[in-house]
Ligand binder design. Structure first.
Ligand SMILES: Nc1nc2c(c(=O)[nH]1)N[C@H]1C(S)=C(S)[C@@H](COP(=O)(O)OP(=O)(O)OC[C@H]3O[C@@H](n4cnc5c(=O)[nH]c(N)nc54)[C@H](O)[C@@H]3O)O[C@H]1N2
Ligand SMILES: Nc1nc2c(c(=O)[nH]1)N[C@H]1C(S)=C(S)[C@@H](COP(=O)(O)OP(=O)(O)OC[C@H]3O[C@@H](n4cnc5c(=O)[nH]c(N)nc54)[C@H](O)[C@@H]3O)O[C@H]1N2
Ligand code: SF4
Ligand SMILES: [Mo]
Length: 763
């Protein structure tokens, strides 16, 4: 039997019943198959569309339809390995829910939308932008963009906002993801990129993993860690939950959510006491150590244990292992970054690395694990609210002048920095922002306190969403435009190591769907402002991006599609030319950052870090608690995150049956002790309440979580969404929301929840 691969016919108007009847579980109930059994007429080597690992794979194509996958063994990062999402990602392209036409909101039509011709839809979008900007000012129209997009598209989005619409207000979904890491890395190193190729993990003696559920969220990295362990590496994991990788580690530190700076400070203090420091490195390549040493002095083992909830002896053991290692690798992800002190946490982690001097050489490294497919490239070239291409700053007059020159405009035409993604919602709620275009973002599911987000979207005079599946957010749009899936377009992304790779087109967009960048250019044309928006291919956009990034910290000027193809990717920075006497980076670009003697340090005649003096910065990290701590009324900590078989807001993976079967619905993970106290048994309907909302889900009683904390995965919308509960408090520097801590109360539900009548698609 073969799986159905989509009917290739147009969907009827968006009748919800129809969509649900096609529900992915039923449509695609299948075992661990990697294809439909259909013989392909074409094979395309490309990458998985989901996480930032960007595993290489081969798509099998028949009659312009993706019919399966094959491993791509030569791609060096994953060598043919894939996680369950990568194995099943081929099931989305011919999915019956695929948007094939534009739609406009119409309360009389079934499902609330009626189809609209593509050209008419573009005209309506352009007229609405024009009217809103004329009546309320340019900044009254905002843009939300995404880091699952190719780098070419993210470059175009920044240019579209800043040059075509001239609005200050563009931001992206990486605001929920990589910005604490980015801000911390820039403060400490002067550059924001994972410092090492992953091959450096293999030879590390100690691997310190904090706030990262590696086995579920960066599954291929697990293999690197395990290979290191085979060679004797000791693995330390810090997490409020015993994650799958933690089950195989040497030392597990069960931290109380929101207390990571205290832990980093405590470990550093113990290292200072024992003099496990690389004095020569600190002296030669860093500044600011003394202030940090003074800051951490009060962090005795006892105090650290009290604040973090970790046993003193475990903290001491972590300091012993880390402090005395000869080679090491520290990595973290959102577990330490999704906090109102996310940047401080990142800096605390970096302080440990700098004090050990173990960075910038083989088997010695540090990384913040990229989240989204293009979580790295998506934060580089101008779609962040304060950014211009090349990692340049919108507020910097020299940077403005350079980019304006490339775009052929006067720098004064460029707006000043705008506000972050959540602030865009606040401004929409307050009536200051009247219009919104959203591409590749599903804020109704993914932003915190999403009852507020819904209310904000309802206030917009005009909202256009571009997606390939009708997301929970697109349901609030006045116009929905059918954009492109990753496999329907080409371009580049930058994966977790900083390696720029090629996404190759496997099929063309069906029916009236268009490549996202064509849609954006069509809007520019309909506005009568097509100058600068007449690209004919992603490669042409890449050509301009190279020039726009030249001389910036994130320099792509030496990167070409050809060079990427030849070398299994190119690592930035990769300038097209270096000053006389300075060695050019090798064919793969700058593979390992911060190597003394690298082209970058020779160019500065100083150390290898990305400040003029070439030195890294120690930054003091005073401990602050979370924005909302527990109290008598809301006594339990809620933290949130992911499961292996679902991806982000779930708009894609909730439609892939085998993935849904793996984990059909969110659950309230709690420790048996907490469950017993609350009179809750495994599987019971459980109501969780915060100051912002309520959510009823089944309990999963597990030994693997702290008794003072519950965990809920966030991949679902509507009444299953944990973001009804979360808090919109943000880090003052990075503006990341505090997804990882808020206060809740929990009780056994009086009755099963009624999910019927919800707008959001159920599995
Ligand atoms: N399967 C799957 N993989 C994904 C994704 C997905 O949705 N699904 N998304 C991708 C994206 S965009 C991202 S950003 C990454 C995210 O990857 P991760 O950051 O690894 O995933 P999370 O589940 O958000 O959180 C990681 C861990 O942080 C822990 N944690 C919670 N609070 C704290 C704390 O205060 N301190 C510490 N030290 N740990 C804490 C949680 O228990 C959890 O195990 O995954 C990427 N990969
Ligand atoms: N409670 C809680 N909330 C969280 C988190 C958490 O840990 N806890 N994690 C946060 C993190 S780290 C992240 S990254 C965010 C992610 O949050 P979002 O970015 O909102 O999640 P996605 O599911 O990636 O949404 C992207 C949307 O764009 C569409 N899309 C994907 N690729 C393309 C494309 O190439 N073209 C077009 N046109 N559309 C595309 C998808 O169908 C989907 O509807 O969620 C955040 N929210
Ligand atoms: S989701 Fe990530 S780890 Fe899994 S196959 Fe795709 S890129 Fe690889
Ligand atoms: Mo993310």
């Amino acid at each position: 039997m073969t799986e159905p691969v989509g009917t290739g016919r147009a969907l009827p108007p968006l009748e919800l019943e129809t969509i649900h009847a096609f529900g992915p579980t039923r449509a695609y109930a299948a075992g661990a198959r990697t294809d439909t059994g259909v013989e392909p007429d074409k094979r395309v080597k490309t990458h998985c569309c989901f996480c930032g690992q960007q595993c290489g794979l081969e798509l099998k194509v028949k009659d312009n339809t993706v019919v399966g996958i094959e491993p791509w063994y030569e791609f060096p990062f994953n060598r043919g390995m894939l996680c369950p999402k990568g194995v099943k990602r081929y099931l989305q392209q011919a999915h019956p829910d695929r948007l094939l036409h534009a739609y406009e909101r119409d309360s009389k039509s079934p499902g609330g939308f009626r189809p609209l011709g593509y050209e008419a839809a573009i005209r309506r979008v352009a007229e609405s932008i024009e009217r809103i900007q004329r009546e309320h000012g340019r900044d009254a129209f905002a843009i939300l963009s995404g880091a699952s997009l190719t780098t070419e598209k993210t470059y175009l989005m920044g240019k579209f906002a800043h040059m075509c619409l001239r609005t200050a207000n563009i931001d992206y979904n990486g605001r929920l993801c990589m910005v604490s890491a980015g801000a911390g890395n820039k403060k400490a190193f002067g550059v924001d990129r994972a410092a090492n190729p992953w091959s450096d993990i293999l030879g590390a003696e100690v691997i310190f993993i904090t706030g990262a559920n590696v086995a579920e969220c960066a599954p291929i990295t697990t293999n690197y860690v395990w290979q290191a362990r085979e060679h004797g590496a000791k693995v330390i994991v810090v997490d409020p939950r015993i994650t799958p990788l933690a089950r195989t580690c040497d030392l597990f530190l069960p931290i109380k959510p929101g207390r990571d700076t205290a832990l980093f400070n405590g470990i550093l203090q113990f290292m200072i006491e024992k003099d496990w420091l690389d004095h020569e490195f600190i002296e030669r390549y860093t500044v600011g150590f003394d202030a940090v040493a003074a800051e951490v002095r009060p962090w005795t083992l006892r105090r650290t244990a009290e604040v973090t909830g970790i046993a003193e002896k475990s903290i001491q053991r972590a300091a012993e292992l880390w402090g005395q290692a000869k080679t090491s690798f520290l990595m973290h992800a959102r577990g330490i970054e999704h906090h109102t002190h996310g940047v401080q946490n990142v800096l605390g982690a970096i302080n440990l690395v700098l004090a050990s001097g173990r960075i910038g050489r083989p088997n010695c490294g540090y990384a913040t694990i990229t989240g989204q497919a293009n979580g790295q490239g998506g934060r580089e070239h101008g779609q962040k609210c304060d950014q211009l291409p090349g990692g340049r700053d919108l507020a910097n007059p020299e940077h403005r002048a350079y980019v304006a020159g490339v775009w052929g405009i006067d720098p004064n035409q460029l707006p000043q920095p705008g506000v972050d993604a959540y602030e865009i919602m606040r401004k929409a709620h307050a009536g200051e922002i009247k219009g919104l275009l959203s591409l590749c973002f599903n804020p109704v599911v993914s932003l915190p306190d999403n009852n507020f987000v819904r209310a904000a979207l309802e206030k917009l005079e005009f909202f256009v969403a571009i997606d390939f599946f009708l997301s929970e957010t697109a349901r609030y749009a006045h116009v929905v435009l059918p954009g492109s899936l990753q496999e329907e377009d080409e371009g580049t992304v930058t994966q977790v190591e900083g390696r720029i790779i090629r996404i190759r087109q496997a099929v063309t967009p069906p029916a009236e769907a268009r490549a996202d960048w064509r849609i954006i250019q069509d809007i520019a044309r309909a506005l009568g402002r097509e100058q600068g928006f007449t690209f004919e291919s992603p490669e042409q956009m890449f050509g301009e991006l190279r020039v726009a990034s030249k001389g910036g910290v994130i320099d792509y000027s030496g990167v070409t599609y050809e060079r990427i193809e030849k070398n299994f990717g190119v690592f930035w920075p990769c300038p097209s030319e270096t000053p006389e006497g300075v060695p050019a980076p090798g064919p793969q670009g700058t593979v390992r950052l911060f190597e003394p003697g690298s082209w970058n340090s020779v160019a500065k005649g100083a150390g290898p870090f990305y400040f003029p003096d070439g030195k890294a910065r120690f930054v003091a990290t005073p401990h602050r608690g979370p924005a909302e701590d527990v109290d008598a009324e809301y006594p339990i900590i809620l933290t949130s995150g992911r499961v292996v078989s679902q991806f982000l807001s779930g708009n894609q993976t909730r439609r892939i049956g085998p993935l849904v079967d793996n984990f059909p619905e969110p659950k309230v993970e709690m420790h048996p002790r907490l469950a017993a106290r609350l009179g809750i048994a495994d599987g019971d309907w459980t109501t969780v309440e915060s100051r912002r909302g309520t959510c009823t889900l089944r309990a999963a009683v597990v030994q693997t979580i702290r008794p003072d904390t519950i965990f809920i995965a966030y991949h679902w919308g509507g009444r299953k969404s944990v973001n009804q509960l979360t808090i919109s408090a943000q880090d003052p520097i990075s503006k990341i929301p505090e997804f990882k801590v808020c206060a809740v109360r929990v009780r056994k539900a009086e009755a099963a929840p009624d999910y019927a009548g919800q707008l959001e698609p159920q599995q």
